[in-house]
Design a protein around this ligand. Structure first.
Ligand code: TPP
Length: 299
C-alpha cells in the first residue's frame, strides 16, 4: 500500500501517552506504536498477560490512548471474538486486534487462536515475538530459535521454532504475514491490508527484546535487520484467496541463500548466543532452510 517513512508520524492518533514502562529498545512497544497507531481511530486492543500488559501502566498511569482490554493469558482470541460480535450487534465498525506475545500465541494461547480461526472470526491477531516469556524472566517459548540461551535452556534451546504463521496457513486463515521492527513501513502496510479483509487474520512480528536477547538497546533495530538479511526471519504474505505466498520486498533478495549474510552475524551481536556450539549453529541453519523450503512451496 506504499506507506512511506514520513507517514509513520501521521497516524490518526498517538497510541502512547507519555510515560509507558517499556524498556529502552523494546521492539514490542515500537511495533505497537506504529502497527496500532496506523489504525488507531478504529481499534479495540485485546492484550493477554505479557510485557504489553505491564508496560501500558495501571490506574491513573495508563499510557495507552486506545481502548484496551487485558485478558487472562490463554483467552485473548475468545475475548476478541466476543467483543467483535458485540460491536457488530451495536453496528460499530471497529478493528478488534489481539496484541499478544509468543508465549500467549504459540504456547498457552494456541487453542483459542485456532478456535477463532476455525470460526472465521473477523479479527486480527498480531503476535509480537521476542522469542521468550520476557515479562516473567525470559523462559523458552515455542518460538525460541535453536541455540538461544534462555532462563530455562541455559545450554541453548534444542528444538525448532513452531512457526505459527505456517500453522495459520494450514488452518486456512484469511491472511497471514510476517513482519519486523526493522521494516516498519512494511509492517504498517500489512496491518492495513489485514484489517481491510473480512475474516481471521494473523501477523507475526520479529520484535527485539534487548534484555532477553542481551543486545545493547541501541542495536535493537540492527539485530532485527540482520534477522532478515541472514534469512533467519523471512518476510512474506500469504492470502487464502490466492493460496500464494508473496515474499516481501526486504526479503526478496534472500530467497536465494547465496545472498544471505552468514547467520553468525546475527548470533554474534546477541549475548543469548554466547557459547553457542557449531552443532547448534548447523541446526539453526537447517531450521532456517526448513522455513524457506516451506514458503517456496507456495510461490
Ligand atoms: C495461566 C497463567 N500462567 C502463567 C502466567 C504468568 N505469566 C504472565 S505473562 C507470562 C509470559 C508472557 O510471555 P509472552 O506471551 O511471550 O509475552 P512477553 O512477556 O514476552 O511480552 C507468564 C508466564 C499467567 N499470567 N497465567
Amino acid at each position: 500500500m506504499g506507506t512511506k517513512l514520513k507517514d509513520l508520524m501521521n497516524n490518526p492518533k498517538e497510541v502512547f501517552y507519555k510515560g509507558h514502562f517499556a524498556c529502552a529498545g523494546c521492539g514490542s512497544a515500537l511495533a505497537l506504536r506504529h502497527a496500532i497507531g496506523a489504525i488507531a481511530d478504529k481499534v479495540i486492543l485485546v492484550v493477554p498477560a505479557s510485557c504489553t500488559s505491564v508496560y501500558q501502566g495501571s490506574g491513573k498511569g495508563v499510557s495507552f490512548n486506545v481502548p484496551t482490554i487485558n485478558t487472562a493469558f490463554a483467552s485473548s482470541d475468545s475475548v476478541a471474538s466476543g467483543i467483535k460480535a458485540a460491536m457488530e450487534i451495536k453496528g460499530k465498525d471497529v478493528h478488534v486486534v489481539v496484541w499478544a506475545g509468543d508465549g500467549g500465541t504459540a504456547d498457552i494461547g494456541i487453542a483459542t487462536l485456532i478456535g477463532a480461526c476455525d470460526r472465521e472470526e473477523d479479527i486480527l491477531h498480531i503476535m509480537y515475538s521476542n522469542n521468550v516469556y520476557s515479562n516473567t524472566g525470559g523462559q523458552r517459548s515455542g518460538d525460541t530459535p535453536i541455540g538461544a540461551r534462555t532462563s530455562t535452556t541455559p545450554d541453548g534451546n534444542t528444538t525448532a521454532r513452531k512457526m505459527v504463521p505456517f500453522i495459520m496457513m494450514a488452518d486456512n486463515a484469511k491472511y497471514v504475514a510476517t513482519a519486523s521492527v526493522a521494516h516498519l513501513t512494511d509492517l504498517v502496510d500489512k496491518v492495513k491490508k489485514a484489517v481491510s479483509l473480512k475474516g481471521f487474520k494473523f501477523i507475526q512480528i520479529d520484535a527485539t527484546c534487548p534484555v532477553a536477547w542481551k543486545v545493547d538497546f541501541s542495536n535493537s533495530i540492527e539485530v532485527a535487520r540482520l534477522a532478515v538479511q541472514t534469512g533467519i526471519w523471512p518476510l512474506f504474505e500469504w492470502e487464502r484467496d490466492t493460496g500464494k505466498v508473496i515474499i516481501s520486498r526486504p526479503s526478496q533478495k534472500y530467497l536465494d541463500k547465496e545472498n544471505r549474510k552468514p547467520i553468525k552475524e546475527w548470533t554474534e551481536i546477541q549475548g543469548r548466543f554466547r557459547g553457542v556450539t557449531e552443532k547448534q549453529l548447523k541446526a539453526l541453519d537447517a531450521d532456517t532452510d526448513r522455513q524457506w523450503n516451506f514458503i517456496k512451496k507456495f510461490l
